[in-house]
Design a protein around this ligand. Sequence first.
Ligand SMILES: [Zn+2]
Length: 369
Amino acid sequence: MDYPSSDVIDYFSIAPAHIIKGENVISKIGENITHLGTRPLIVGGEKTLPITDNNLRTILKKHKEIVVVSKSYSPECSETSLKHLTSLVHEHKADVIIGVGGGKALDMAKILAYCNRLPIVTIPTSGATCAAWTALSNIYTHQGIFKYDVSLSRCPDILILDYSIIRTAPQRTLIAGIGDAIAKWYEASISLKNVNNRQVLTMTAIQQAKTIKNILLQKSYIAINNIYGKEWFEVVDACILLAGIVSGLGGSNCRTVAAHAVHNGLTNIKTVHTILHGEKVAYGILVQLRLEEIMQNSQLAAISRQQLLKFYQKIGLPRNLKELGLDKITKEELNLIAQIICRPDSDIHRLPFTVSSKQLLLAMRSTAQ
Ligand SMILES: [Zn+2]
């Protein structure tokens, strides 16, 4: 599929133009939306849309000029869903897109707005990813297999972070968000080894990734056991906002590496579709560290992995194939996944050393040793 190009050298989409955050802020956003358009199309998931849609419609209808429609993107953020939603954009004469939900819903809304050159508002309903912030959409097949990602021309026009919505999300979503956000440090710091020209923005992104890691290692356990406590707000902000800043400032120098490559490969297994993005990424970090140990004899990677294993156990992130629900996977199946992860276009090749599927297989099977 052809998308408008935004591949310009040194092009940075650092942050949303506006961020509105606080408790019950959603009830006050009507005015902000009317600045962008009066015919919004709300895009959400099948589960989140019924929860937020009525509320959002009531808020928007207070502004008489607003005519709103909403549509689920389900089952996937795919090319097929994009086509269906684009027809609705034309039918409704939509002039602004509002994305509501988790990572896939927001990715769908962002790419829909990008392809139709419309403003975009993102409203995350959980702390599971930083998709509400970034200028990136991941595209999957209709069956849920990762296909590719698309760099968008800019971050959202408005990001609305309403803590009273986030607090109602299942606790598991924030734990997954912690896995996805902590990956920023492990992936950004290793991809930096490939960057010859250490730019100031890249270095700032790396510092930011380190800050996220420190916040999450120190405060996640307290946060998930005390919703709405001080630490909970810090962890939610780290997962949704700070993680987004790393992508924005780091640009092409701080891309995803092996942890996300492992995630992408795992989407080829149907039973793993019930495992959240950040949970698969968390396991992927352990695989990446294990590869550094095997290929480079890195003691630092070994220490980091042991530290993460304790952390994962404490907060409930998967440490091995068994905890991903893959204890019964055959050697042949796993070998096939390893081969998919090692395809030439995979992010795994951003590692500063060459990895074969055989070495990857060994790493995937020994993450918790
Ligand atoms: Zn991710």
